[in-house]
Design a binder for this molecule. Sequence first.
Ligand code: GLA
Length: 379
Amino acid sequence: MPIGQAEISARFTDRFGHFPNWIVRAPGRVNLIGEHTDYNDGFVLPMAIDRAVWIALRPRDDRIVSVYSIDYDETGEFSLDALQRQQAGWIEYLKGTAWSLQEAGHRLTGWDGVLAGDVPLGAGLSSSAALEMAAARALAATGELPWEPAEMAKLGQRAENQWVGVNCGIMDQLISAAGRAGNALLIDCRSLQTEPVPLPRGTSVVVLDTSTRRGLVDSAYNERRRQCEEAARLLDVHALRDATIERLERSAGKMDPAVLRRARHVIAENDRTLLAADAMRRGDAVELGRLMHQSHRSLRDDYEVSSDALNAMVECASVHRSCFGARMTGAGFGGCAVALVRAEATDDFVRDTAAAYQRKTGHSPAVYVCQAADGAEVM
Ligand code: GLA
């Protein structure tokens, strides 16, 4: 169900009998290109999407944070003075973010909130980063903290790594914190500098959910990270960001073949991401699409994080006459593909691709035509 400012405000008012003091939102994301590069200090090119987590809130005099989730129809509560980790659950993302902000020395205060979101869960569109950045926005509003997107993204990533226990890079939190409407963001994951890059005129971005999910994503993800670190060690560079294909070729003999393939993906993907940003600055959708295709093949064959369903979706999308390019997006193994499509033919593309995918795999896909949205904000 799509959710927005009016609805979250009305639900808050129903519950508390007055308007909220603040409404915050933080978006999910789709990555156009630059996959599995963020934890190699590399480049990524994601956009924030028009699906978000919303919180309406009012301050409290004490140090309790109490939040009612519309989606789960339950209240989660914790004291900022006694943060304790529990089993998985949506409240852990808020608690973890509060923990991370306090660890960084921020002085927080309590609040009551009503929360809802329309970022599909578990699809690879960063619903958890959206929740962390919405929590950070809410905590920053009540605690009167300045909003520094890169700082807050790092604290959100720390919550995800150390509280939730998922070893992600910086991309998802940073794009949720710093996204720009109508633009993707070229992010340098070493300096955390961001540069808005406009989407080519006359194109639309379509997210194609394979409706498949795979377990063990975390262990495969951690294995890839280890292999990248090993490659960097063998190449004698700080991170794969600092390596070149020539250097890799010279060292190929001393590398395990799988480690070599992983490094080849990351090094080439960094180059592709910078080329993709150039293509976007020129408005060159054809070149951007070509780079997206290459990225998919590299993720499939060298990084080995695609899946049959993702490959089928990308094939069904790519053969459509209005598609510039398509690739798997996010961590992989299931979840979503992203396609760049001629805007005037978007409806045809969506209909034909969904039908072809369903015929081919038997799965019913979900499709989201996405607008590039602003990052986390107080409304
Ligand atoms: C997940 C992680 C990101 C990034 C991508 C792969 O989304 O959360 O940090 O590593 O996978 O590009």
